[in-house]
Design a protein around this ligand. Structure first.
Ligand SMILES: C[S@@+](CC[C@H](N)C(=O)[O-])C[C@H]1O[C@@H](n2cnc3c(N)ncnc32)[C@H](O)[C@@H]1O
Length: 322
């Protein structure tokens, strides 16, 4: 999800926050791009690779996992379980300032944080809640991985975090019928569902923009010949250069939207990079919503394209690089 400080809710919320800044160095959790963290000793935690890079470019300091902090500013997103987990992990270390837009159900957090709420500032489009430190000890890890399905751990905030989506299931079934050759590159690997279902001996490269997804993949595929890349699948420069024109198989269930809008362009960048990283004769397998019209897009890059299966509103395509 890409937010920026020019979003009306955030600019207003930041105004509220700036009136009431934490006195001591704080961890800023998931700040949107454009944020300039005012306190020099403060740092940020942003699991989304492109945003992480932008925040670094803006001159902010990245938090080093394991290093302690005594208060936090948490920027809430759409996913309630994720917000609550991050806030609670931070509250186990010190007070938390939690910013949440009204459109993400800001009011409902009042009840959830009852007892912890010291003060609440209500803006036009968002709320800022000041929460007390919780008596929990020892401090909780910032991200907690739980078993969701046999053999899989995941964490709230990842795409379909506790069960695969229909499109991924359809692609996994189609891949089981194909004879695949490695190395295999998975663009947008999530928590590793597609790769885990591939034959054990295949060399795997998993690319994911969310660092929590990368860590979940690492745990879910431990013992397999796999390499994990925290990178932006739309930016070839962030992908491993040694794989360029080098992989036999690319698989992907590409994202089709950012913050709010459907963005077929995002899927287009995944297709272009799949083509770039395949060797001649290599195969690309992807799934997408039928209405997104991926067939035409694939045809512009690949010599040979076929729809392998269509069901539940999804199409699985296979394409060969000529
Ligand atoms: C539709 S999900 C598929 C996840 C997984 N492959 C599965 O089948 O369950 C798309 C994945 O792409 C990741 N993603 C989105 N934009 C990305 C980008 N620019 N670079 C790398 N990964 C990205 C998302 O975080 C998400 O995990």
């Amino acid at each position: 999800m890409t937010l920026s400080t020019s979003d009306p809710y955030l600019s207003r919320a930041l105004e509220l926050l700036l009136k009431n800044l934490p006195k001591s160095p704080a961890l800023w959790v998931k700040p949107p791009s454009g944020t300039r963290i005012p306190c020099a000793d403060s740092s940020f935690y942003q699991p989304w690779y492109p945003e992480h890079q932008r925040l670094l470019r803006d001159g902010n300091t990245a938090w080093t996992p394991g290093s302690e902090f005594s208060n936090a500013v948490v920027f809430g997103g759409r996913h309630k379980e994720e917000n609550v987990q991050l806030v609670e992990a931070c509250r186990s270390r010190g007070p938390v300032h939690f910013l949440i837009p009204n459109e993400y159900g800001a009011k409902s957090y009042r009840k959830l944080f009852e007892g912890a709420l010291e003060e609440e500032e209500v803006g036009r489009k968002s709320r800022l809640m000041h929460l007390k430190q919780s008596p929990k000890s020892p401090p909780q890890p910032l991200v907690q991985y739980r078993e969701t399905l046999p053999g899989f751990v995941s964490t709230p905030g990842l795409f379909c975090w506790d069960k695969p989506d229909k499109g991924s299931e359809l692609l996994a079934q189609a891949l089981a019928e194909e004879e695949l050759k490695g190395p295999v590159l998975d663009l947008g690997a999530g928590w590793g569902y597609l790769c885990k279902n591939l034959p054990e001996e295949l060399e795997l490269h998993l690319v994911e923009a969310d660092s929590r997804g990368v860590e979940a993949c690492r745990r879910n595929l431990s013992g397999r010949p796999a390499t994990y890349h925290w990178a932006d699948a739309t930016e070839p420069a962030t992908l491993p250069p040694n794989l360029l024109n080098g992989v036999h198989t690319v698989i992907s269930n590409p994202p089709f939207h950012t913050h709010k809008q459907a963005e077929p362009i995002l899927g287009g960048a995944f297709v272009a990079n799949a083509h770039r990283f395949l060797r001649k004769g290599g195969r690309f397998y992807m799934v997408g919503n039928v209405h997104l019209g991926y067939f035409k897009l694939l045809e512009t890059f690949f010599g040979e394209v076929k729809e392998i299966v269509r069901a539940h509103g999804f199409s699985v395509f296979g394409a060969v690089k000529r």
